[in-house]
Design a protein around this ligand. Structure first.
Ligand SMILES: *[C@@H]1O[C@H](CO)[C@@H](O)[C@H](O)[C@H]1NC(C)=O
Length: 653
């Protein structure tokens, strides 16, 4: 596997598991690209490495507040960075989902204020000590409701101080000193304000009552300001001296604001705590899986190795993908020890269970030969990534067969015998658009599912992985072939498992693999009934359909919704925001398509890469409408799978 492939895989899994930091390297590097001078970043900002690696973080990148899973702060002060504001790639920063603090202090940025206001989750924005200039639009801060600290000091900003600052309900610090702001100071009545500085500008007029208790030095160097705060009369009238007894705002308003504000904060704190506990718990679990999987565990001291690995998990899994030697053996040597390396963190089970481990892998489909756990253990393996249900890796065995091994957690709904019956049922399926499992391994705490490795990778990767390189293959006839194949596979599953609540349950582009001639192969189907843990169940994509989100209700029509998303994804070439857990990033394809259809702009939706096939425009539009019909939010009005398949079959190339 080439370095390029490793990077691609990285990208794919960054899309599958947005909670991981994987993929943020790409966004950071895009931002770096937009700078004119950025040599201070050259030595540590390296593509394919983990920006959050605790041993070797990227310069100025801080991930602590996102539990080292994702970038939470960019602290790029004093780095000799330089760019004109219109060149700055703010969009790439917008892809950093956990970014809350941005500092570009003491660099040489110039030009009008860039669109930092698109980063609407920012809590702190520090731009002081640059050459930014010009007026800031009055409504600039309207969408930055999370902002607590803002520093624009020591730049060349001019014009009025933007009024929208007054609407920032959480603002605590506002540093505007040493600029060329003119006009009056807007009234800033938020109770949260703790620290303000307006000194050394060209401000004029009366200092608002709400700021009358601020120390005078915060207004120094503005010859034309007046008001009680600086004990200077306005327009010859004697300003009333500041009175400590009378608050600047009417009391009832203040009281009311404080109480409801308090309640809000308490609720927020509780929610955040619960979330944090959940996330920490989840992350820890994930780490354990990865550490045991990736690291070679020495025979001598398994427990110690496990501990050491847990500390460095994030870096380990990243390194195994991006270092020049991608391959590492999963086993510590002989079969017995390898068995330990696979799963058991207890040193007790270490020893001579070579025979047992062979039996522990149950081959249900012998098309690719019969193999056992020791064969897998000795195989060269690469981590593919981690999703909601577990992690996956690719292993090439000595007999030349390459397989994908998925470690599935939380699959204890059925006992061992029932599990076996169910998996054998899934494995018996023979259909050209379905990829059945080859083998499984059963232990109480974890199951392994082994499937054949499909070289072209997932539809997700082919569509979004590296646009421009292999995309020319993805013409309209190919896309139609893919959609029809998916529909046929779904049709088969909906017949075979007609009595299941969710015959597929997890249809999305990352679970659709493409054969060398672009024949789609569905994976991860019909596993809904195996999953014991409610949290894991919810990572199935069917849980993103409206009836599940709103009423926790799932029906075979939920699969229709998922099919619709894939159809829209293929036709528009856009990454659906529905695949993400929060709505940041991607395109809400359902909403976008619905709007465009209502405004008669269907043609604009089609991926520009195929839109030039003008003579097929009608058929492509037909397919888009089918996608829209499948994603009808009212489950009762949504078409049945049968109908969806029939409509798809009617579309011509
Ligand atoms: C920026 O430079 C000023 C003056 O040189 C210094 O006082 C300030 O601490 C610097 N800011 C940061 C964040 O280093």
């Amino acid at each position: 596997m080439s370095q390029m492939d490793a990077v691609r895989l990285l990208l794919i899994f960054s899309l599958i598991a947005p909670s991981l930091s994987i993929g943020e390297d790409v966004h950071l590097l895009e931002f770096k690209e937009s700078l004119q001078s950025s040599s201070a970043l050259d030595s540590t900002w390296i593509k394919g490495t983990n920006p959050c690696n605790q041993d070797k973080t990227w310069a100025g990148v801080d991930c602590r507040d996102a539990d080292y899973q994702s970038v939470s702060a960019l602290l790029l002060m004093n780095m000799g960075l330089n760019a004109v504001s219109e060149d700055l790639d703010i969009e790439s920063l917008g892809n950093l989902q956990n970014l809350r603090v941005l500092s570009l202090e003491n660099n040489s940025f110039s030009g009008p204020i860039p669109e930092f206001n698109r980063l609407s989750s920012l809590k702190s924005l520090f731009l002081s000590g640059n050459q930014f200039s010009g007026e800031i639009p009055p409504g600039y801060f309207e969408k930055m409701g999370s902002l607590k600290k803002l520093s624009l000091a020591k730049n060349k900003f001019s014009g009025k101080i933007p009024e929208s600052l007054g609407k920032l309900g959480a603002l605590m610090e506002l540093m505007l000193q040493h600029n060329e702001f003119s006009g009056p100071i807007p009234s800033l009545e938020q109770k949260s304000l703790e620290k303000v500085d307006f000194s050394y500008n060209k401000l004029q007029g009366e200092i608002p009552q709400s700021l009358s208790n601020v120390a005078a030095q915060a207004f120094a160097g503005n010859a034309d300001l007046c008001g009680s705060a600086i004990s200077k009369q306005c327009n010859g009238q004697s300003s009333s001296p500041p009175s400590p007894q009378s608050p600047p705002l009417p009391l009832p308003k203040e009281e009311k604001g404080t109480v409801s504000g308090m309640t809000k904060w308490i609720i927020l704190a509780v929610v955040v705590t619960v979330l944090l506990v959940t996330i920490l718990f989840k992350v820890k679990k994930k780490d354990q899986d990865f550490s045991l999987l990736v690291k070679e565990i020495p025979k001598e001291n398994l427990d110690e190795a496990v501990q050491a690995v847990q500390v460095h998990t994030a870096s380990t899994n990243r390194r195994s993908l991006s270092s020049s030697s991608h391959r590492r053996s999963l086993g510590g040597g002989g079969g017995g020890n390898s068995y330990n390396a696979m799963g058991s963190s207890s040193s007790k089970s270490r020893g001579s269970n070579n025979g047992k481990s062979v039996n522990d892998l149950v081959v249900i489909n012998e098309e690719k030969g019969v193999f056992g756990l020791p064969d897998l253990m000795k195989a060269a393996a690469e981590v593919l990534g981690s999703g909601g249900l577990g992690s996956a890796y690719k292993a090439t065995m000595a007999n030349g067969v390459t397989v994908v091994v998925k470690r599935m957690r939380d699959m204890n709904k059925l006992n061992r015998d029932a599990f076996e019956v169910e998996i054998r049922k899934l494995g018996r399926i023979r259909h050209m658009n379905i990829l059945p499992p080859l083998a499984y391994h059963y232990r109480k705490e974890e199951k392994l599912l082994i499937t054949e490795f499909v070289p072209k990778g997932s539809l997700l990767f082919v569509l979004h992985g590296d646009r421009g390189v292999s995309h020319s293959d993805l013409n309209w006839p190919t896309r139609l072939k893919i959609i029809k194949g998916i529909a046929r596979g779904m049709g088969f599953l909906h017949t075979e498992f007609a009595n299941y609540e969710l015959p597929h349950g997890n249809l999305k582009s990352s679970n659709i693999l493409l054969s060398s001639n672009y024949e789609p192969l569905l994976t991860d189907y019909a596993i809904y009934s195996l999953i014991s843990n409610t949290h894991s169940v919810q990572s199935l994509f069917a849980y993103k359909c409206p009836e599940a989100v709103l009423y926790q209700q799932l029906t075979p029509k939920s699969d229709v919704f998922c099919l619709g998303i894939v159809v829209l994804e293929i036709m528009t070439g856009k990454y659906p925001s529905q695949y993400l857990n929060n709505q940041k990033g991607g395109t809400d394809v359902v909403l976008w398509v619905r709007q465009a259809i209502s405004e008669n702009r269907v043609a604009e939706l089609i991926d520009p890469e195929i839109a030039n096939t003008a003579d097929s425009m009608d058929e492509m539009e037909k397919m888009l409408i089918i996608g829209a019909t499948c994603t009808e939010s009212e489950c009762g009005n949504r078409i049945e799978m049968r109908e969806a398949i029939r409509s798809i079959e009617e579309v011509l190339a």
